[in-house]
Design a protein around this ligand. Structure first.
Ligand code: 6PG
Length: 260
């Protein structure tokens, strides 16, 4: 079992609050390897896993790494895949997070079709936000009556956005709904996004953040300095306090908080 999972398991069982766990790796490829080690072990020890995937570019290298691990079909059968956000485009559009995930992961692994719960970006956004919230309500296991992901994977934009909640739409984070319609501040592209309500109710949240362009916001958020409160990514604080950051060295370069 990878050392990170041991530490997290130890932390959880000792009920000492795990405020934030940082796993800093030299390269983007090593981030992909360390995260894959962590996920492969989680899939081994859990009877089932409901995972929300992130979009954008960083997951590509992680999905390629996962696909290269030849994880047995019996373990993929335990996994249900969802998306934390999707662009309101057709599923074969180059902008589609679903398409990216199929190309880099789903087309290369043995996971049952019925375990894949995609956001239908082609639907009318308002209708799709409601439809997907119903899917989450119906398919996810409940904790204290609320649907819970076992793992939510998030990225972070250079502006501090996460999922598709942008600094210009912080109100969406505090929504009472599980899913909302968002709008990209520059392109105006409509997005479907899960909200803070279900993100912070997850058993574990893992950020995958790489690249120099992210260093400033990562440091502000982790060091709780500057304008960190204006960045949606700073609001990620799972009730379980199981928050993991998988970073490469350049993304972590400005952090001043002592990393254990
Ligand atoms: C999306 C995402 C978004 C992404 C960040 C980081 O659909 O774009 O889910 O939140 O994670 O924008 O994107 P990169 O990994 O491409 O930097």
């Amino acid at each position: 079992m990878c050392d990170l999972l041991n530490e997290v398991q130890a932390q959880v069982s000792s009920s000492t609050p795990l405020l934030m766990h940082l796993k800093v790796s030299k390269t983007k490829q090593q981030v992909a390897q360390n995260f894959s080690d962590y996920l492969v072990d989680l899939m081994e020890i859990n009877a089932s896993m409901h995972i929300a995937l992130s979009g954008g570019s960083t997951p590509k290298i992680v999905f390629d790494e996962l696909a290269s691990r030849n994880i047995p079909e019996k373990n993929w059968r335990k996994v249900h895949l969802y998306w934390g956000d999707e662009r309101c485009v057709l599923p074969d559009d180059d902008e589609s997070n679903y398409k990216m995930t199929v190309e880099h992961l789903v087309s290369k692994i043995d996971i049952p079709e019925e375990n894949i719960h995609r956001i239908k970006g082609e639907n009318i956004p308002e209708y799709e936000a409601e439809r997907y919230a119903e899917i989450l309500e119906k398919k996810l296991p409940k904790m204290n009556g609320n649907p819970r992901f076992d793992l939510v994977i998030l990225g972070m934009g250079d502006d501090g956005h996460t999922a598709s909640i942008f600094p210009s739409e912080m109100v969406l984070w505090h929504s009472e709904k599980l899913c909302e319609v968002a709008e990209h501040p520059e392109s105006g592209q409509k997005r479907i996004t899960i909200t803070g309500k279900i993100i912070n109710h997850a058993a574990t949240v893992a950020f995958l953040v790489t690249g120099e362009s992210k260093a400033a916001k990562v440091a502000e958020i982790i060091d709780k300095k500057g304008n960190f409160k204006n960045y949606p990514a700073s609001l990620v604080s799972p009730n379980t306090e199981n928050l993991l950051w998988f970073l490469d060295e350049v993304a972590a370069t400005k952090i001043t908080t002592k990393i254990s």
